[in-house]
Ligand binder design. Structure first.
Ligand code: CP
Ligand code: NVA
Length: 303
């Protein structure tokens, strides 16, 4: 039966670690120039209803490096943008393609696409989740810290956004302690809080940035206003103004703590320029790892 990747919860811990191992192997092969055309002749459709730099380029390059082809399908230029139902689009695309990647708004859209597709569907960001990003994040932590056991990560910012939701699940699944610092009313999705319950005291939800950052090995943040929240930008600047990774926050984290940002970053808002530049190598390793992690996902689902 085909398998989809719509949210971190779709993976077991074993599957997560298999993907991270495969991603590391594909990264090594790519860096050493060893061919790995594991998806020769396969086509990935890439539906975008929101903007993207990293996701588009890394998926398109990734499928090419695997011997296949990527088709960029902007909703503006396809019949999707003129109202053709997702369930019809799913059945049509399933007759042409070997896999579909989609970036859209509601999680229910990717769920419906997956339900009506006979080929694997990969979530490349919804309002609820950004699971491909979290695979890259975990790969980067593994590379820099050697593993996850005994490590603590935190997310500082909009605790209800796609990154926070997916990081909580991914971080706990990998074996880390996870803390989220966010203002009241911006807690992760109830499904995520429910997931976290099984991990007991390994998960902390707080309004205090310092509490979340204390003794952390990896600090994450993300924009205060995600795509689709353009009307709330000014209000959110007020609400989240104290939810920033800066040198005071870094001072309570572990001495060799790493900083991660899915990008694009708004310097001076969720992160200071000083902290960003001090951790730029880790952040751009994270961006590179989108390529390797997504190649691993495509191989697992489409081969
Ligand atoms: N991090 C991320 O998904 O970047 P893009 O929006 O550029 O794809
Ligand atoms: N939370 C951000 C992530 C961008 C990659 C957004 O949805 O806009």
């Amino acid at each position: 039966m085909k398998k989809d990747f719509l949210k971190m919860q779709d993976l077991s811990k074993d599957e997560l670690f298999e993907i991270l191992d495969l991603a590391a192997d594909l990264k090594d092969k790519q860096h050493r120039g060893i061919p790995h055309k594991l998806l020769e002749g396969k086509t990935l459709g890439m539906i975008f209803e929101k903007s993207s730099t990293r996701t588009r380029v890394s998926f398109e390059t990734g499928i090419y490096q695997l011997g296949g082809t990527g088709l960029f399908l902007s909703s503006k230029e396809t019949q999707l943008g003129r109202g053709e139902p997702i369930k019809d689009t799913a059945r049509v695309l399933s007759r042409y393609l070997d896999g579909i990647m989609i970036r859209t708004f509601g999680q229910e859209i990717v769920e419906e696409l997956a339900q009506y597709s006979s080929i694997p569907v990969i979530n490349a960001l919804t309002d609820y989740a950004h699971p491909c990003q979290i695979l890259a994040d975990l790969l980067t932590i593994k590379e820099h810290k050697g593993g996850f056991d005994g490590r603590k990560m935190c997310f500082i910012g909009d605790g209800a956004n796609n990154m926070a939701n997916s990081l909580v699940v991914g971080g706990l699944m990998a074996g880390m302690d996870v803390a989220v610092a966010t203002p009241a009313g911006y807690e992760p999705d109830p499904t995520v809080l429910k997931y976290a319950e099984q991990y007991g005291s390994k998960f902390t939800l707080t309004e205090s940035v310092m509490e979340a950052a204390k003794d952390c090995d990896a600090l994450f943040t993300d924009v205060w206003s995600s795509m689709g929240m353009e009307a709330e930008i000014e209000e959110r600047k007020r609400i989240f103004k104290d939810y920033q990774i800066n040198s005071d926050v870094m001072a309570v984290a572990n001495k060799d703590a790493m900083v991660q940002h899915c990008l694009p970053a708004h310097r001076g808002e969720e992160i200071t320029d000083e902290v960003f530049e001090a951790h730029a190598d880790e952040i751009f390793d994270e961006a590179e790892n989108r390529l390797h992690a997504q190649k691993a996902v495509m191989v697992k689902l489409m081969k």
